[in-house]
Ligand binder design. Structure first.
Ligand SMILES: *[C@@H]1O[C@H](CO)[C@@H](O)[C@H](O)[C@H]1NC(C)=O
Ligand SMILES: *[C@@H]1O[C@H](CO)[C@@H](O)[C@H](O)[C@H]1NC(C)=O
Ligand SMILES: *[C@@H]1O[C@H](CO)[C@@H](O)[C@H](O)[C@H]1NC(C)=O
Ligand SMILES: *[C@@H]1O[C@H](CO)[C@@H](O)[C@H](O)[C@H]1NC(C)=O
Ligand SMILES: *[C@@H]1O[C@H](CO)[C@@H](O)[C@H](O)[C@H]1NC(C)=O
Ligand SMILES: *[C@@H]1O[C@H](CO)[C@@H](O)[C@H](O)[C@H]1NC(C)=O
Ligand SMILES: *[C@@H]1O[C@H](CO)[C@@H](O)[C@H](O)[C@H]1NC(C)=O
Ligand SMILES: *[C@@H]1O[C@H](CO)[C@@H](O)[C@H](O)[C@H]1NC(C)=O
Ligand SMILES: *[C@@H]1O[C@H](CO)[C@@H](O)[C@H](O)[C@H]1NC(C)=O
Length: 532
């Protein structure tokens, strides 16, 4: 089986290095203070704005949209900084739109990433360039000496001088005197809706506050109308334009090749699983229908809000197990001693939660050993809560990315986990009644039971939200770095999107490296780039 892994890694080594750096590290999210007015109007408006902007980002790296009218009208703006290729821009925007909905139910918010910016409000803010929350965020990496500080000041001043007449964008590199290969690097960018005098005013404030970060090696200014960063590291991408279309083509090549590789491995593993499964299915088929009817009439699935509140110690921070795309998960203990995991959904609308529960319930009423069991729901209380079986070993990412714990996962165990995940996925994809595309396969969604067997979590969530076209979560399913390029770029969703994510997961299980980011905030190369 090691051979299979080596084959996979070897094949991926042949892939060409393509992408630049989309710099998806989040510097800050700031949410507004006003609640949305009517969620059944606000949410669809917001989702439409994000979709509309998405189209524009693909072609110009910048997008503006206005959706709806009245109190819940939605204005949106997103922009990638000038050194990002369009492909990287799509990646950065994907991250931004995944994170910004955290601000809900507040009706406004802005997110600054290292590669792009996005803001949404219920009024036209397009001409704003200053605000009370403008500030600098300083890095605390290393203290630099006076030579660097001088270069950084020079670079900032040059960028500020040239940007307003250059579409609001400038990048500058100034060598540190006496150090041949040391430089200060600066990027400044105003939003494209500003005229040059507003841009100038924004940069004047930003430069004054960012220089307060010296002597630290990193500084970023997060202003209402502009973004600015200086660093001792060369974080800038190669000049855009060069190789932009080549990048696109190469990306397609990579996705096709990697899909083939992953498919090949998947077929090898899958056919073994398949034989077993079809025997099992014949045995079980009629049982499922009976179970379904029973489940739908079963009141025991409904948990009281107060019971769950008590079980989790009123959602005590100490009981927090993790944070997912749809909510926060807490550990709980029921009065009878049973341990459970309680998911507290971000979206807190009873009617929706009930629909959603029915949907998830139908999906999960058919049990499978590689899928996490949904035990019930509290849909009528003040908050929407889902109750799952509790798995003591938590998620796969806590093992493979932890050097000490990784040792407990032998190759045999890893192989079993991969097989289990494949079985669960095949089940979701091929189940006769409902075809389920998971959309968010990643290490933190693979939970491990007491014997370290894989169980897929959060399946069905994306689907049930997707069915409800007006729901905000249609926009936030998926995790950057695991999402198939064709899904990111064109929104085409097929089972292959899961296969791609599964391929990424395979790479992670084999290499023990995390795909798209280092925990220590600074952006690192994607795993696909490293293995290429
Ligand atoms: C963003 O900045 C605001 C204002 O400085 C701060 O209160 C908040 O904690 C920051 N959020 C994050 C996620 O860093
Ligand atoms: C929200 O808007 C919907 C659609 O216009 C309307 O039916 C509903 O009554 C409104 N809800 C509230 C609380 O105003
Ligand atoms: C985006 O919104 C604008 C108006 O704000 C509209 O003209 C345009 O057709 C929309 N584009 C898409 C792709 O929906
Ligand atoms: C924005 O929403 C708030 C809260 O719902 C409301 O008070 C305010 O009037 C809205 N602003 C506009 C311009 O609609
Ligand atoms: C630039 O825009 C600002 C804000 O919208 C406006 O006050 C100012 O008059 C504009 N300046 C020029 C030169 O157009
Ligand atoms: C930049 O603007 C903010 C908000 O108006 C203000 O608090 C801050 O003092 C200004 N910074 C500088 C250096 O002028
Ligand atoms: C920077 O500050 C953060 C938070 O205060 C801290 O966790 C981190 O260790 C610091 N890093 C360095 C290199 O000092
Ligand atoms: C500052 O540090 C650089 C190396 O990073 C060195 O070459 C330079 O001489 C130093 N300058 C001063 C004034 O110490
Ligand atoms: C600095 O540059 C010189 C020549 O340009 C090169 O030989 C040397 O390896 C470089 N040092 C570092 C640390 O990159």
């Amino acid at each position: 089986m090691k051979k299979a892994f080596l084959f996979l890694v070897g094949s991926l080594l042949m892939l060409v290095r393509v992408a630049g750096d989309p710099r998806v590290h989040t510097v800050n999210i700031t949410c507004g203070h006003q609640l949305e007015h009517n969620s059944s109007i606000f949410v669809p408006n917001f989702v439409t704005t994000m979709e509309n902007i998405s189209e524009q980002m693909r072609t110009s790296g910048f997008g503006l949209a206005v959706t709806g009218s009245g109190l819940d009208i939605n204005y949106g703006l997103a922009q990638c900084y000038g050194d990002l290729s369009l492909l990287d821009c799509v990646l950065c925007y994907a991250e931004a739109r995944t994170l910004l909905p955290q601000c809900y139910p507040y009706n406004g918010g802005r997110i600054y990433l290292d590669g792009c910016f996005m803001r949404s409000e219920n009024y036209s803010f397009f001409g704003e360039y200053e605000g009370p929350e403008d500030r600098a965020v300083c890095g605390n990496g290393t203290r630099k000496n006076s030579s660097f500080q001088e270069s950084a000041r020079k670079a900032v001043m040059r960028a500020v001088a040239s940007a307003p007449s250059n579409g609001g964008y400038a990048r500058v590199q100034v060598q540190v005197s006496g150090a041949a290969n040391k430089s200060a690097y600066v990027l400044v960018n105003c939003w494209k809706t500003l005229n040059s005098s507003s841009c100038e005013a924004c940069l004047a404030n930003a430069s004054a506050s960012i220089l307060g970060c010296l002597p630290w090696s990193e500084g970023r200014a997060l202003n209402t109308g502009c973004f600015m960063r200086y660093s001792d590291k060369d974080f800038l991408n190669k000049e855009p334009g060069k190789g932009r279309s080549r990048g696109m083509i190469a990306a397609i090549v990579v996705s096709v090749v990697s899909a083939l590789v992953v498919l090949a491995v998947g077929i090898v593993i899958g056919t073994r699983v398949w034989k077993q499964r079809s025997i099992e299915r014949k045995r079980r088929g009629s049982n499922d229908a009976e179970k379904l009817v029973k489940t739908l009439n079963d009141d025991s699935l409904n948990f009281k809000y107060s019971t769950l509140e008590k079980a989790t110690g009123s959602f005590d921070e100490a009981n927090k197990l993790g944070q997912g795309g749809f909510g926060t998960v807490y550990k709980g203990v029921l009065p009878d001693g049973r341990e459970i995991a309680v998911k507290r959904l971000f979206f807190n609308n009873r009617h929706r939660a009930a629909n959603f529960y029915n949907e998830v319930n139908i999906i999960s009423s058919v049990e499978h050993k590689n899928l996490v069991r949904l035990l019930g729901c509290s849909c009528s209380g003040p908050e929407s809560l889902l109750v799952y079986e509790f798995l003591p070993n938590q998620s796969l990412d806590r093992f493979i990315f932890d050097s000490a714990k990784a040792k407990t996962l032998t190759w045999e165990k890893r192989y079993e986990i991969i097989l289990g995940t494949v079985e669960g996925l095949v089940y979701l994809h091929e189940q006769s009644k409902i075809r389920i595309i998971h959309r968010d396969i990643k290490a933190s969604n693979i939970l491990l039971d007491s014997r370290l067997r894989a169980k897929i979590a959060d399946f069905g969530l994306a689907r049930s939200f997707q069915e409800d076209k007006s729901h905000i979560s249609t926009a936030i399913a998926g995790t950057l770095g695991y999402m198939a390029p064709e899904y990111l770029a064109h929104g085409q969703l097929t089972e292959k999107a899961d296969v791609y994510s599964f391929g990424m997961l395979l790479l992670e299980i084999v290499t023990g490296r995390q795909n798209n980011r280092s925990k220590n905030s600074e952006y690192t190369d994607s795993l696909l780039t490293i293995v290429s």
